[in-house]
Design a protein around this ligand. Structure first.
Ligand SMILES: Cc1cc2nc3c(=O)[nH]c(=O)nc-3n(C[C@H](O)[C@H](O)[C@H](O)COP(=O)(O)OP(=O)(O)OC[C@H]3O[C@@H](n4cnc5c(N)ncnc54)[C@H](O)[C@@H]3O)c2cc1C
Ligand SMILES: *[C@@H]1O[C@H](CO)[C@@H](O)[C@H](O)[C@H]1NC(C)=O
Length: 384
């Protein structure tokens, strides 16, 4: 009997997990292993670099988007299938996933093991993450690039990593040609209890040097398009602001609406046990942003991929009693780049030198490592 592993989502965690199963586990499975990868986007989006990729001409499309099918073409077709579509229903009792394919057809697929890796999007529906199909994502990115080119004023709401980096990239690219404004809900940018004051203070200072106007302790209450194409923002500080282009970059939304609500916590995260298995199931697993174990960043995903692929390998080779717990990363890690010259970071309670972060991340935001990552040759900082 063929054993089928269905991996839903071909992003930063689902795609390498599928590679690992095909490379290491498939040769060991007595009967036959079939890996089915499901994703609505034909191309992998190296969205870490989207904060710079939105600037026209900054990063070529083919460095930001890499074809998924090519990355798996070396595996025998009896072991691998890529389905372009979206999972829209999971029925754990019948071990089946319902799929709405991009071509308009629907399908029901049964699995022996299921991996949920559908990740997250940002609430504003901007192309900083995949927006469904590759075509809709790349079209949205091109029109955003065009809007950025034509705008004299750009206002970003949300001072988390994505908002901060986008403001910094825009200011670094355009200097005083465009007014860049960042609206920050808290007293400081990047304000979570885990970010060192010395880190967010450095970022505040660098944004100021780059000419970004930061408005603190303020939220956008409403936004509305004016007849001339500008956007009017009503702010919680009592002021109104009119801007050529408004980019709401706050709020991460996990893509878990397709799952039974019994599997989710109040915030919509999938409840995982220490083995990365979905609580209350025996053969459903979760990885990446959808989970409730770790911050929604790629800093800890290498270890998640290694541990989940290891556990699936054991289960698929009849050694389930040996599965291991995933050790949650205990160090806060964050690297913030604002264009190529300004950067800072934090590892645990250590503030990383700006020049080092600029060197490691700022030059290219890792686009040079994307081909090996997508083709299953390497994880981000570990070997495949
Ligand atoms: C602009 C930006 C910059 C970032 N920069 C950094 C950074 O510098 N460092 C860092 O650590 N983290 C960064 N992150 C966070 C990082 O992108 C995420 O942590 C990472 O993408 C999570 O990987 P994932 O596999 O869980 O999900 P994703 O990479 O989001 O992949 C999910 C995949 O599932 C697909 N999918 C969604 N719904 C369905 C469905 N119903 N059926 C089938 N497929 C589906 C999606 O199309 C996508 O292909 C950044 C995020 C953004 C938005
Ligand atoms: C801001 O806009 C709102 C709604 O259009 C309006 O009622 C209010 O008077 C404006 N406030 C200021 C300070 O201009």
């Amino acid at each position: 009997m063929v054993k089928t592993v269905v991996v839903v989502g071909a992003g930063f965690t689902g795609l390498p997990t599928a590679h690992k199963l095909l490379i290491y586990t498939a040769p060991k499975v007595q009967e036959k292993l079939k890996v089915v990868l499901i994703s609505p986007n034909s191309h992998f989006y190296w969205n870490l670099a989207a904060v710079r990729g939105v600037i026209p001409g900054a990063i070529p499309d083919e460095q930001l988007f890499l074809p998924v099918a090519d990355a798996f073409s070396r595996y025998p077709s009896e072991n691998f299938e890529f389905i372009l579509g979206k999972a829209d229903r999971l029925q754990p009792e019948s071990k089946s996933v319902h799929i709405a394919a991009n071509d308009g057809t629907t399908r029901e697929i049964t699995y022996d093991q299921l991996v949920i890796a559908t990740g997250s999007t940002i609430r504003g529906d901007l192309p900083f993450k995949s927006l469904g199909t590759h075509e809709s994502t790349i079209n949205a990115l091109h029109s955003l690039q065009n809007e950025i080119k034509n705008a004299n004023s750009i206002t970003i709401a949300g001072a988390g990593p994505t908002g901060v980096e986008t403001a910094g990239e825009l200011a670094a690219a355009y200097g005083n040609q465009k007014q860049i404004t960042l609206i920050c809900a808290g007293d400081n940018v990047l304000h979570t209890s885990e970010v060192l004051p010395s880190v967010f203070q450095t970022v505040e200072r660098d944004l100021q040097k780059l000419g970004v106007k930061v408005i603190h302790k303020t939220k956008v209450e409403t936004s509305s398009k004016e007849s001339g194409g500008q956007t009017k923002l009503v702010l919680s500080n009592g002021e109104n602001l009119t801007t050529d282009l408004y980019l709401p970059l706050f709020g991460v939304q996990v893509n878990t609406a397709w799952l039974p609500s019994t599997l989710l916590d109040e915030a919509g995260n999938v409840k995982l046990d220490p083995y990365m298995r979905v609580q209350g199931t025996s053969n459903v697993w979760g990885i990446g942003d959808i989970g409730n174990l770790e911050p929604k960043q790629v800093t800890s995903t290498d270890q998640q991929i290694i541990d989940l692929a290891g556990n699936l390998d054991l289960v698929l080779t009849e050694q389930e009693s040996k599965i291991k717990e995933h050790k949650v990363a205990d160090k806060k890690m964050i690297f913030i780049t604002l264009g190529k010259s300004y950067a800072t970071g934090q590892i645990g309670w250590w503030k990383v030198w700006g020049w080092l972060t600029a060197y490691i991340k700022g030059r290219k935001i890792f686009v040079d490592s994307a081909p090996n990552y997508v083709n299953g040759k390497a994880l981000r900082h570990a070997s495949m």
